[in-house]
Design a binder for this molecule. Structure first.
Ligand code: HEM
Length: 436
């Protein structure tokens, strides 16, 4: 199978992606831009992004097995496209699926997306459906969760301490904090945590051999269906007996005075649930990895000379677990000297935008002295992450308690990263934590 265009160092007009570093010329292909393997190698990934930003910030990309698209790697172009949400629409294609996966989705759901929910809606419906959740995810309402989230963090750190401090930081610690938080918000039993986590992994990481669904011929479509079936039982019960939880709000939601239909309720429930846990868990673990690699920052947080709330923004910028989302142009649009044609798709590379050297000094260093800055880890525009305040609350709760209780952290072996071109982060992270 061809990997798409590769361009040699002899410089055709379109130089492609090549990098001269330490006298070693490294070339990339269109295939690399979608390669789950490449995304598990943070160093190469960011070399590729750096080259794209420098030489082809808006690149027509034709990887084998995918419909083509423009790769958008500079922060200002990502912001411009996401803000022009009347032109760049989410409804037709918002995720990087292979042609094969798109075919499977079509066979099962016709022209509809796998989960017809917030990320796949455009104006005016998008605003109406987002309104169902807006109040719930507002900072004032989230404040009531702080204490309980703090307890969940304390329980995980106590668990790590009981294990003598030698833990897989992902499996033993980081995944449980956002998972149990979102389960509490939805009002589903903690015993189902392992199953729900496994299904989210199958939905988001079908290329990672350790996460993909094991049943022959099955993949994200079947994982999504199992999640829909799971939440159907709970939504049905909330219709009968409303509780003080988010599922009850979804079960009773109305748009233009009419109850939303079952598929919309279920798809939005699954979307918010899965969006709300691996993202934050990857940021917690990716941040610890970064802090171990930048010991001066670890020390500043431990000693209290740097603020956790500020550090959280750098964690989000540096880790950027959501690798991309897509949009489709609804008319010709000029940007960065290129013409995006009506019907062309664009791939918005958030981690690249967050290492843009025209925005950040030393973008590849984790630093706590950046002052106030913005980033695109949560995207921007009308689809900007619904759960961003919750994610910040969890990250703050985690790292405040972590630095009260943990004196040092050391990697026992190099961290391995998820093989995924969508929702990335550490997969296995063996560390030795020393408690105070
Ligand atoms: C560190 C954690 C998180 C990161 C990095 C993250 C990142 C993102 C990104 C990049 C988008 C797409 C934005 C766009 O298209 O412009 C998004 C959308 C979304 N996120 Fe998050 N997210 C995180 C946590 C959460 C949490 C905790 C929840 C909810 C519990 C959540 C729920 C959603 C939803 C529902 C959307 C779709 C919003 C829409 O289309 O209107 N996310 N997130």
């Amino acid at each position: 199978m061809s990997e798409g265009r590769r361009f040699g160092p002899q410089g055709s007009e379109n130089l492609g992606i090549k990098i001269l570093e330490e006298k070693k010329l490294e070339t990339f292909t269109d295939g690399d831009i979608v390669s789950p393997k490449l995304y598990s190698d943070e160093v190469r990934l960011h070399k590729m992004f750096a080259h794209l930003r420098a030489h082809e910030p808006i690149r027509w990309t034709e990887p084998a097995g995918y419909r083509p698209f423009w790769t958008i790697s500079r922060q200002r172009d990502i912001l411009e496209i996401e803000t022009a949400s009347d032109i760049f629409l989410a409804g037709q294609r918002n995720r990087l699926f292979t042609k094969e996966e798109e075919q499977r989705i079509r066979e099962r759901y016709g022209a509809r997306p796998i989960l017809p929910s917030l990320p796949t809606l455009d104006a005016p419906d998008h605003r109406k459906y987002r309104g169902i959740f807006q109040e719930w995810f507002a900072p004032g309402n989230l404040k009531k969760l702080e204490e309980r989230v703090g307890q969940i963090v304390d329980e995980r750190l106590a668990h790590a301490k009981r294990l003598g401090g030698t833990v897989d930081f992902v499996d033993d610690v980081s995944l449980w904090v956002p998972l149990q938080t979102i389960m509490m918000i939805f009002g589903v039993p903690f015993e189902d945590g392992e199953r729900l986590h496994r299904l989210s992994g199958q939905l988001f990481n079908p290329f990672d051999p350790d996460k993909a669904r094991k049943t022959d011929g099955q993949g994200p479509v079947e994982a999504a269906q199992e999640l829909l079936d799971y939440f159907k039982v709970h939504i049905d019960s909330r219709r009968e007996n409303p509780q003080d939880d988010l599922l009850s709000i979804i079960a009773h939601a109305k748009i233009d005075g009419q109850p939303i239909n079952e598929r919309e309720a279920l798809s939005n429930a699954v979307t918010v649930f899965v969006a709300g846990h691996d993202t934050t868990s990857s940021t917690i673990s990716g941040a610890l990895n970064a802090l171990i690699e930048h010991p001066e920052c670890f020390e500043a947080l431990r000693a209290g000379t740097a603020e956790v709330a500020q550090a959280v923004e750098e964690m989000l910028r540096y880790v950027s677990p959501v690798r991309n989302f897509m949009r489709v142009a609804s008319r010709d649009y000029e940007i960065g000297g290129k013409t995006i044609r009506d019907g062309d798709a664009v791939l918005l590379m958030y981690p690249s935008g967050n290492r843009d050297e025209s925005v950040y000094e030393e973008p590849n260093r984790f630093r706590l002295d950046r002052g106030r800055f913005t980033h695109v880890a949560f995207g921007c525009g009308p689809h900007m992450c619904l759960g961003q305040m919750l994610a910040r609350l969890e990250l703050r709760a985690f790292y405040t308690r972590f630095f009260q209780q943990v004196r040092s952290a050391k990697l026992i072996e190099p961290t391995s990263w998820l093989q995924t071109n969508f929702l990335g982060g550490p997969k296995k992270m063996l560390v030795k934590l020393q408690f105070c």
